[in-house]
Design a protein around this ligand. Structure first.
Ligand SMILES: *[C@@H]1O[C@H](CO)[C@@H](O)[C@H](O)[C@H]1NC(C)=O
Length: 123
């Protein structure tokens, strides 16, 4: 058996498998609700509390506690069209955005249906 290091080529697009953007997409589709966070960021705590309060258990990646957190953060920033605003929230593998977008969706009632659709909420 042979183990491949994270940076080695895979069948998916060769060297681009090490592309942080691709990693973001893979991580983001790994569970119903995924939050990219920084452990010292207030808004990140707030968004985690919001989801937990709704009975949703998000998967949280703390970028400041991850060896490739910086790369992931740059990729997220690119994905959001510049600017680095954690938390970045994905629901059902779909980019929602930062705290402002999550709150806006919560207020206009589109957040709960999204969560249900993603299988994060049943009730
Ligand atoms: C609710 O707000 C979100 C975030 O701004 C937006 O993407 C969505 O289209 C809105 N939905 C409705 C039904 O207004």
């Amino acid at each position: 058996m042979q183990y491949q290091s994270e940076s080695s080529h895979s069948y998916f697009g060769g060297a681009s498998s090490a592309d942080p953007l691709e990693r973001v997409v893979r991580l983001a589709s790994g569970s119903a609700v995924v939050i990219f966070s920084v452990s010292t960021c207030c808004m990140c705590h707030a968004v985690k509390r919001l989801f937990c309060g709704m009975g949703v258990s998000p998967t949280v990646y703390e970028l400041d506690q991850d060896p490739i957190g910086n790369e992931i953060e740059r990729a997220l920033s690119r994905l959001l069209g510049g600017g680095s605003s954690v938390p970045v929230v994905f629901i059902g593998g779909k980019l929602i955005g930062a705290m402002d977008r999550v709150m806006a969706s919560h207020i206009n009632g589109s957040l709960v249906p999204l969560l249900k659709e993603a299988g994060a909420l049943w009730l």
